[in-house]
Design a protein around this ligand. Structure first.
Ligand SMILES: Cc1ncc(COP(=O)(O)O)c(C=O)c1O
Length: 365
């Protein structure tokens, strides 16, 4: 039987009645922009994450740009981030007017290598943007420590990691500010685009709130060039319902991961989960030098799989002026060549996981 990479319809079916009635209520209310659901979702999110506040925005990419702009980062500034992430991480830095500067990731977690940050700091460096990759928080204590030593601001790209924890604290509360994406394939996903900016600093929350509405405090007087970037009421109404089940969905993903860990062939590198952290497996990504053979065997058996970030950001044409050579970042280089995401969603059964594991084993001959 075919096994899909994700299961958006299955997750919808689980909440169908509640989602449909909430959406209908929004449509009938006529309040579709910045209404009660966005406000409630922001409050519920901030309470869940343990932050001073949260601001619903149109998508994660805008959220990252708005977070940087809220900190006053712009043209002439540099922001350190990783090349092994979705393009939007670095694109958002460029959209703020700043320049992305890349450093490599750690070999076990594939998140930013905190020890590499100091070497990339220049007089222009203003911030660091670590990514909680595939659902695992970056090594944030070390990141915050280096940032403090160099006077850098910290924006946590938590787009893939709703609900993950780092020594008891939530992803999205681990930097000065953080950003989530509610793109439908995310572990907390809407049925359209959506995003959230969070911060421990009330003044940054307020700055992000203004930036999402054209940079205006009162919607009458305009003092800045901002964005038209709001989470809409329909998405917020759906996300509020999902917020009530996300911990259970994440626990089910963790069970699926445990089955994979148990059933995959020994020589396949599994996702690392450092002590004290929890992973929410937005994606379950393995690594092996014979990725193409594994991928071919999976496809032959109807098992969906996908390689991520196969052209890392430092090699994308848009960053050609950075002048990077292919393996300037050796860990990224190897990860780009070896990674493969296997099916991952809360509704997978152990039998399906065994089927996937058998396909992987068949690929390895
Ligand atoms: C790590 C990362 N950063 C940023 C984004 C951008 O989010 P969005 O697609 O909501 O703009 C995404 C997801 O797409 C992502 O995975």
């Amino acid at each position: 039987m075919a096994v899909g990479l994700m299961d958006i319809q299955g997750q919808y079916a689980e909440l169908q009645e509640r989602i449909e009635s909430a959406v209908l209520e929004v449509l009938r209310s006529g309040r579709v922009i910045l209404g009660p659901n966005v406000k409630a979702f922001e409050e519920e999110s901030a309470a869940y994450l343990g932050t001073a506040g949260a601001v619903g925005v149109a998508n994660g990419t805008d959220g990252l740009t708005i977070a940087l702009r809220a900190m006053g980062i712009g043209p002439g500034d540099e922001v350190i981030t990783v090349p092994f992430t979705f393009y939007a991480t670095a694109e958002a830095i460029a959209q703020s007017g700043a320049t992305a500067v890349f450093v490599d990731v750690l070999p076990d977690t594939l998140c930013i290598d905190p020890a590499a940050i100091a070497g990339a700091v220049t007089k222009r460096t203003k911030a660091v943007m670590p990514v909680d990759l595939f659902g695992l928080p970056a090594e944030m204590d070390a990141v915050n420590e280096v940032a403090a030593a160099h006077g850098l601001r910290v924006v946590e790209d938590a787009c893939q990691a709703w609900g993950a924890t780092y020594h008891g604290r939530r992803a999205g509360s681990l930097g000065e500010t953080a950003v989530f994406s509610f793109f439908p394939t995310k572990n907390l996903g809407g049925f359209g685009d959506g995003g959230l900016v969070t911060s421990h600093d009330k003044s940054l929350v307020e700055a992000a709130r203004q930036l999402r509405f054209h940079g205006s405090k009162d919607k009458v007087v305009f003092t800045d060039f901002g964005f038209n970037s709001r989470l809409d009421e329909v998405q917020a109404a759906i996300l509020r319902i999902e917020l009530g089940v996300i911990d259970e969905w994440n626990a089910r993903r963790q069970q699926v991961a445990a089955w994979y860990d148990a059933h995959l062939p020994r020589e396949v590198l599994r996702p690392a989960v450092p002590e004290g952290l929890t992973h929410v497996y937005h994606l379950y990504v393995i690594r092996h030098g014979r990725r193409e053979a594994i991928s071919a065997a999976c496809k032959e058996r109807g098992v969906a799989c996908a390689a991520y970030y196969t052209t890392p950001l430092h090699l994308q044409p848009v960053f050609a002026d950075h002048g990077h050579a292919p393996c300037d970042f050796p860990v990224t280089c190897a990860a780009a060549a070896q990674n493969l995401a296997l099916p991952m969603h809360p509704n997978l059964t152990e039998e399906q996981v065994r089927e996937v594991a058998e396909a992987v084993a068949a690929g390895l001959g």
